[in-house]
Design a protein around this ligand. Structure first.
Ligand code: NAD
Length: 261
């Protein structure tokens, strides 16, 4: 990326979001980090990133389950840095349960955080990007935005939804210098997946960790290897580059071959 841009990464104090924030700062962007926690450690992450990459970084607390806070996150970033050039909608949670016993509050939280938050941030960011004649919206969807798995009704619904939102925003912004795309990771070893590994180990006490990872977690990932957070961040960086100016309304899978089948 040539000139200094401002990037917002939602849910960026951990995992894919943090790696993406780091990659964007490394490419010379000012970065707004976000989570709902507002710990000392969150502010330190922003300060460390700024120092390491000689850019400006800010931590802004916003709960992505709350529409007004999603919208305010973008407004605050614009106020502080004067523009919002890159928006990475990354915040996400998971809950695994059959549909008949899926708790309603978990369904509501997953739809709010994994899908509706991106609608709210995008709605505020698009006019700013259109006015500037340049913008990049990158939604972190999932292989579950393209394929289903049992017991993940809310997650699969939200991720299919965000792929639909991605395409719609691409059509609405086509020709304006703004692009809208989604990255669809397969399994990436982050805290979100560590919880699933531990739960599956409890369900299969006879299997060791390696077998649970290979045969259960990575069952659908033909490479039998996790993608790394840096590889996901690399796909985001590509979509934010000038080389991707005509890439819009599409998905990039980083899933070890999962969706080839
Ligand atoms: P993670 O648990 O490491 O990170 C999730 C991030 O979201 C954290 O920074 C957390 O603070 C933030 N977050 C959660 N609830 C929030 C809220 N209410 N408000 C603001 N921030 C909130 O998990 P991850 O694996 O890095 O997941 C990041 C994204 O990647 C998610 O959208 C997830 O669905 C997606 N994804 C992950 C995988 C994987 O295998 N790890 C695969 C496909 C897609």
């Amino acid at each position: 990326m040539s000139s200094r841009k401002t990037a917002i990464v939602t849910g960026s104090n951990s995992g894919i979001g943090l790696a993406t924030a780091e990659a964007l700062a490394g490419s010379g962007c000012n970065v707004v980090l976000n989570s709902f926690t507002d710990n000392e450690a969150d502010h330190k992450l922003a300060a460390d990133l700024a120092k390491k990459h000689s850019v400006e970084c800010a931590y802004v607390k916003a709960d992505m389950a709350k529409p007004a806070e999603c919208r305010d996150l973008v407004a605050q970033a614009a106020k502080r840095f004067g523009s919002v050039d890159i928006l990475v909608n990354n915040a996400g949670i998971q809950h695994v349960s059959p549909v008949e016993s899926f708790p309603t509050e978990k369904w509501d939280a997953i739809i709010a955080i994994n899908l509706s938050s991106a609608f709210h941030t995008t709605a505020v960011a698009v006019p700013l990007m259109k006015k500037a004649g340049w913008g990049r919206i990158v939604n972190i969807a999932s292989a579950h935005g393209l394929r289903a798995s049992p017991n993940k009704s809310a997650y699969v619904a939200a991720k299919h939804g965000i792929v639909g939102l991605t395409k719609t925003v691409a059509l609405e912004t086509a020709g304006s210098g703004v692009t809208s795309n989604a990255v669809c990771p397969g399994f990436v070893h982050t805290p979100l997946v560590e919880i699933q590994i531990e739960d599956r180990m409890k369900e299969h006490p006879g299997m060791d960790r390696d077998a649970v990872v290979r045969d259960i977690i990575l069952e659908k990932q033909p490479s039998k290897q996790f993608a790394t957070v840096e590889q996901i961040a690399g796909a985001v960086l590509y979509l934010c580059s000038d080389a991707a100016a005509q890439v819009t309304g599409t998905t990039i899978s980083v899933d070890g071959g999962w969706t080839a089948a």
